[in-house]
Structure formats: structure tokens, C-alpha cells
Design a binder for this molecule. Sequence first.
Ligand code: BGC
Length: 917
Amino acid sequence: MGRIVHLVSLLFVCLMLGCETPVSDLHSTNLRCEYLHNPLAIEQKTPRLSWEVKANGRRKSQSAYQILVASSTELLAQNIGDLWNSGKVISDETVNINYRGTKLNSRASCYWKVKVWDQNDVASAWSDNAKWSMGLLHENDWTAQWIGYDEALRDSLKYGTQPWANGVERKKEYRPLPCPYLRKEFDLEKEVSSAKVYITSLGIYEMYLNGVRVGEDYFTPGWTDYNKRIYYNTYDIGNLLKQGANTIAVILADGWYAGSVSNKGQHYYGENLRLKAQIEIQLESGDTIEVISDGSWRAAYGGIREADMQMGEVFDARLEPDGWQLNGFDDGNWSEVVSSDTITAQLQSYPGVPVQQTSEIKPIEVFETRSGVYVVDLGQNFAGWAKIRINETRGDSIVLRYAEKLNPDSSLYRRNLRGARATDIFIANGREEEVWEPRFTYHGFQYIEISGCSQPVTIESIRGVVLHSNLEQTGSFSSSNLLINKIYENIFWSQRSNYFEVPTDCPQRDERAGWLGDAQLFMRTASYNMDIAPFYTKWLVDVSDAQFEGGTISSVAPYVRVAYAAGWGDAAIICPWQLYHTYADTQVIARHYETMKLWMKFTESKSENDLSTLMSFGDWQNVKSETPTKVVATAYYRRSTALMAEMAQLLGRNDDAIEYKNLSENIKRSFTENLVSDSGHVEGRTQTGYLLALAFDLVPDSMRPTLVEHLVDDIISRDTSLSTGILGTHLLLPTLAENGHLDLAYKLLLKTDFPSWGHHIENGATTIWERWDGYSAEKGFVDDDINSFNHYAYGSIGEWFYSTIAGIQSDGPGYKQIIIHPKPGGGITHAEATYKSIRGYIASSWTITGGEFQLNVSIPANTTAKIYMPTSEPNDIREGEQLISQVKDCRVSLWDSKTTLIEVGSGDYSFQAKITE
Ligand code: BGC
């Protein structure tokens, strides 16, 4: 009793004096659910929650957390987690924590927040609120019907109908059709409290409510194998609806579904465009109302006469029905819609990152090439389209043709576009000023030729609109070397241009496909530059969907029929592993484990004596230096089995782990015995052969120095040049640097003669090119068929800028332990990189002045780091103003004869030391 009295009086005194419970300055931010901020339609039964912890000062960590999930903001404000209260969980985990509360139904709103405890067990304040909502989890949640308008298609159909691609011979010639416009007017008797739309289509759609475009996304609902899976998008539309009359209007276009895709022409997946839309409205009165796509909608064609992803868009402004998206429009002479009930593909909530407009580019130059024909130079190659402002007579056609390069006579170089027409046409209505941009096509370009204008085209009348999957930028890099900075910038632009709904090979020619090989080898670079977690979560489903029963995987995903290949199919194993490594994501491994096993089984069935006989596209785009297919295939066989052993272990599949480990060792043995000579020459004697053998650990340690020697000799014998294609280039700089040839790695990076990144830049590159010899001032264009000027594959060296020049790496999965190990060279005096990891912000910045190495680093709370300084004198290192021995936050030890290791916790540090030469 006395004790209680004491506590109460203490509380009273506290209240009177205003003292509070101590609150840790450690706090949680950046709350995400399934990698997304406040997602509107989650389908995972136990969604994964992540946050970052932040704190000032050093050695800050999380010792425990508590998650509250409530069904309303009111409950959450009272700290009541009616859906889930995790209680205080003793754990330093902040990433991918599964929700473990009550079962969540379709549409459930889940408001959540986190409290964390620091290293001294002092609690933080609660985080800001975050939210996720559940999607439509059951088929019967959908009442909307699939509707469309086929009149133009019916007229043009001279051959088979759905089911698609079942042996019906498709005509190859391009036969464009106008886009269906669909509309419906409806009344709401009461004020709207909240509303959502769940919407999808076969083909792509654009939706308007009362004349306002819904959302900022383009090319929705994205690209999948539409026979298997169709995603729906969810938008909050409460503020677009009002009491009284409302109008929903939708345009459908061919997209990937019915338009030109890869080099397969139109109608690869199907031809009947369809819409399914379900608006669910909560009225202030408490009533719920649904407005759905059904037979009551009206349809017609409008101004968009054709729209094709590769060919372009034709818009006749004279044919655009005025006000068709608004209430009161007379659709009396519009037609009835048709509906389909035979679509059986799985409907799921879109898990990826939609394409959006991210910036506009102002031209650097506009010039007239022939009378009335203007060429606009945007100064940057990119993916997107043009936005043009015109003042023309009714019926005049403005033609916009796109190209990446110019011919010597300043005309557009378009032969590399192959079958992609890449042309947009705008036919004027005659209004005083018309601003137009396409919506359902995109182009890869730097130049636009504009003809048909009666007045001169000016810099002010045109803009380049940049579009891509709007992934959050996570990385930055710069150095004292302008060439390296430009290579970095070009890599970034090629990622932007090719992370376009799926990781594509190129944005300009009639291909633009999700090539697996390119995707796997660029992925690590990509993951430094941007947050690729949701983008790859989506794409890996496309990869699994591109697998056949026997385990083969089409080399392109979403599925387009292309042969399987070693190094390409292996993306099914390498990419989930990379996601695990970057984001500590084990669920992705579990989800795709069977796909991986099947691919391995297939590869095994195609192996003899543990050497893979799989076909491969080889070291694509090498410099006359073909690596034998069995070297490539067996190297990837080894790489994949080694990763499988690690992933099986992670999932607790111990038998599998042992099996893959043994297989992997047998492959190594067989590779050495059969494909490496006694003198250490890898069959084919190519740089890529040596690189694969070294990087994927295919020879015993004792042989490594000889292989390194052969690799280096080959490079030197070519006037210090690479001869690698996309598979070898990816491994070139890291393998040289890790095997004692850092200087040579820098030399190759800094070269400006053929073949090199610098050579591209000297010839005007603003992106990464597909071929080393794509174009040069002396030789012009060497090839028209395979000559993309925006292909990210050679850009896979970007990872080395972050991991080696600036030195930021993850030591194990998900940046819980961080390595900062910069390796200066090439005469560079300064480099800096930042990286927003899954656990927070990391920075490394170094400068060399007069033999002194200055290294500034930032390490996020709740992580530790090993920092490497290029000195053999640990005791001489200074941190800030002090000798390091006096700094209690740093543990120092000699690492090797020239390097000191400093172990630290979170915080900002500034080290300085004399470099040991
Ligand atoms: C693509 C490459 C791809 C290759 C397969 C090409 O057409 O553009 O990037 O990996 O085919 O060899």
C-alpha cells in the first residue's frame, strides 16, 4: 500500500513539475507494407511490414519493437491495435515482418504504427501512422463484367478469333484500329464519404471521372502473360465524385495485349479489348453503392484513330467528341457495349511500380532540314514521347517521327528501329492553340522530326516527356573524374528508359522485351540506383509464368515465345537471390522455389558428365571473341547450383541444400577437368571464359593465379582492351580488382578508344549502347538490325562504382552489416556515393590530398559497419579531431599489409590517414 501511495505521489510531483517518461531519440520512419507506401490493395494474407530506424549520435540500435494495427485511425490514436498488437517483441529486425493479427478480409483498412526501444531499452515515441488496405481477395468480390466495343475489329477481322495464339495463323501486316471510348453516367443521391475504383483491362486503359484523369499511371494495368494473370489497379477516388450526376469514362488501347509486342506483331495475346471496372462508394449516409462495368455502358470511337506501343499514335482532333467524359453528354447515337464471360485468367492486385511521367526535357536545338521539316534535338536519349503546342488549320496533319541518331545529312537515322514505325500524327481541330501528347505508345529517342506545321517549330513549342516505371531513386555517385561521372549518368538514363513496366532490353526497336539475361546481369547495378524491390517482385512472377512444364523458361518475360538459354533462364535463380541479398527477402525465394528447382532439373537433364549442354545466346555482343557455349552454360550451371544450395539452406530444405552443394562441386570438378587445360587456358581462350571461371569459382584455388594471368595477358595483347560481351563485361572490373589488378580495371574503365564506354561517350552517347561498335565518327553505323543506342547491359559496371570506387557493400543480406571499402585508383582524387538501403541511408565519400586519405561515412541506426582505410598504421588514423585510439566508438585492427579495418556502429564518421603506398 505504502508503495502505491509513493508511486501516485511521484506521478503527481511529475505532473506538477512537467517531467516526462524518457523518450528515446531512436525513432521509426518510412513505414512500408510489401515494399509500398500506403498500398490500396494488398492480397497477401500476412503482409510484410518494414520501417527504418533513425537516431542522432553513434551506436544506436533497436532492441525491441511493437506494432499496432487498427481498423480505424481513432482506435490507433488511442493505441488500440484491434487487428494486431504485437506487444513488445525483443528483436532488432525492421524489415519484412509478417503481420500476425486477426484474419483480414477483402477491402479491410489497416492503420498501423510502430514503437521501438533503443539499445538501453528506452522506448521511442510512436511513429507516424501508415496504412494499407486489402484488395479483392475472392472471385465473388467482383460484380463488374468484362465489357468492350468490337465494331471496328469485327470489320477488320479476316482470320481467327480467341482463344488466342492457338495455332491460328496471324497476319503480320500492321492493321491499326481506333481506340474504343466507353462511358456511363450515374447519380449519387447523397454526399460521398469515400470511394475506390478497382479497374483492369485487356489492353491498356485511361480512366476519367467527371473529366478528371484518374491517377498518374500510364500503360495500366501493365504487362503480364494475359492468358494466366491480369492485374487490377486500385485508386482512391472519393474526391472526384460528388452528390448528383457523375460520369465515368474510359479509353481502351491495344497495349501489349493486342498491339505490337516484341517482334511478334499485333494480337500476340489477344485482340478483343476489354474493361472491368468496379467503383465502390461509401456515402455519408452510411450506404454503400457500386457502379460497375456492365451492359448499361455506351461506346463509340473518338479522336484516337490508332495507338500502338511500337508504331505510334494517330489522333484526329476533329473526331474527338466534345465533353464525352462529362455529365450531360448526349451518347444517344453511341452503341451498346459487348460483354465477355470467357476470360478465366487470375485477377490480382498490381504489385509493381507503374509507369509515370517523371520529367520534361526542353530541346537544346531545333533546326530546319528541308523546307517545313524540322528536327528537334533533346540532347538526351530516353523513353517517352513528345508534347507539342500548335496553332494549325483544321485538318492539317502534324507528323512526328522519332529517332535516336541522325545521319550525316541531319536526316533521322531510323533503320535500327526495324519494324517499329515510331511515328505519331496529330490532325488539328483548328482551335487557336492545341497542346497534344500521345498516351498509349512510347518511343526511344533523342531526335524528333516534325513536318506539316505551317509555322516554324521553336524550342518553346515542344517538350520531350520522360516516362518509365517510377521507382524511387536510392543511389547517387560522383567523382573527380568527368568520364566516370558521364558513364554513371548514362547508366542511369538507360535504366530509366528500360525499367518500363518490366526490365526491357531497349525502348526503340520492335523488341522492347523482358530479356532475362540482360535483367539478371544488370540487377545489382539497378538495385543501387533505385528501389527495385516491388518492380522485381512483380517481374519474377512474369518469369515463373514463362516457365513450361518440363522446366524450360522462355528467355523473355512476360512470356513471349523465345527459346530457353543458359545465362538467361538462370535469371529465375539469380534474381530472387539478388532480392534476398539486397532486401533480406526470403519470401521471394520461397515463392519461386519450385520454379527454380524445375529449371535446375531441366538443366541437369541437359547435362553430360556434369557439363551443361544447354543452348545459349553466348556472350552476346562480344568483340569477335566467342566463348564456347558449353563454357557459358556450365559456368551458369555452377553459379545457379551454388546459389540454390544457399537458398535451400535458408528455407530449411537441408536435403536439397546438400544435393545442390554436391552437384555444384561436381560441376566445378568437371569444368576444370574438361574445359581448362593443364596450362590454365579455359576452352575458347576468351576473356569471358576466364572471367566466368574466376567469378563463379570453377577452378581450384591453386589454378586461379594462372587464369588471372591469361586474362590479363589477353587484355594487354589487345592494346589493353576488353573483348567481352554482356556476360563477360558484367564480371570484368570486379574480377580484375578482386584478383590483384585494380589498376587494369581502372584503365579499362577510363579508356576512350574502341571498345570502351568512353569511346561511346566520345561519339555522343547519353545512354549505354548495345554494341561496342554501334557508331563512330570514322565508321558510321556498323549494323542496322541489332544496334540499339539505349541498352543497359554494358552498364552492369555501375555496381562497381558503388561497391568498389566508393566502396559501399552489404556484408550478408539486407545491409544489416555494411562494408565500406573504397578502392581508389585511376588517378581519381575524389569519389562519393550515397545509398538508401532497406535499413536507411549509407554514404561514403573520400578525397585524396597530398598522400592523405580522408573518408567520411554515414552508417544507419541499427546496423554495424566494417570500414577499410588504406593505411598500415592503425594508430595514426584520426577520426574527426582525435586520434582513433581515443575514440570509443571505433574498434581498429590491421587488416592486411596496407589496410586497416575499423569496426563501428551507426553514426557519421570522418577518418583521415596517410596512405600506405
Ligand atoms: C536483345 C539482347 C538479348 C538478346 C539475346 C537481343 O535481341 O536485345 O539484349 O539478350 O537478344 O541474345
